[in-house]
Write a protein that binds this ligand. Structure first.
Ligand code: I3S
Length: 128
């Protein structure tokens, strides 16, 4: 049987490095502050970690691998948002609680894959 035959372990959908900035918290606009983030899509959540490359080897300990933040994708909305930045390949993720994030990559194929994968999770949750 597969390691998750009981269905209790959330499925890891995708992980990788993206540029990220939060632009709103509970509907209230925030000042942009772009930084690289290690992004993990697992189960119903998008989880953000510090960019491992920005850390010294000594700081890269299990205790430091705790997520910076995590986003519940249920009811979230995803839109391409090149009007919201001078950068290319930007999309906006808005949660039901009114938190808004911009995510960006210089690599077209990579950002398209992220967009499709996140949208498919949102669609799956919409159908539940
Ligand atoms: O939408 P904005 O305000 O033009 O966003 C830019 C600023 O946040 C800027 O920082 P300052 O707060 O020091 O002005 C950032 O360095 C830029 O990256 C932001 O614009 P982009 O176009 O990169 O999203």
């Amino acid at each position: 049987s597969s390691p998750d035959s009981d269905g209790c372990t959330p499925e890891l959908e995708k992980a990788g490095l993206l540029n990220k900035t939060k632009i709103a918290e509970g509907g209230r606009k925030l000042r942009k502050n772009w930084s690289p983030s290690w992004v993990v899509l697992v189960g119903n959540s998008l989880v953000f970690f510090k960019d491992p490359k920005s850390q010294t080897p000594s700081s890269w300990k299990p205790g430091n691998s705790r997520p910076e933040s995590s986003v519940d994708l249920r009811g979230a909305q995803l839109h391409w948002a090149n009007d919201l930045s001078s950068k290319k390949n930007v999309f906006k993720l808005r949660t039901v609680t009114g938190n808004e994030f911009l995510l960006q990559s210089e690599t077209d194929s990579l950002i398209i894959e992220w967009y499709k994968t996140i949208q498919s999770v949102i669609d799956r949750l919409d159908r539940e």
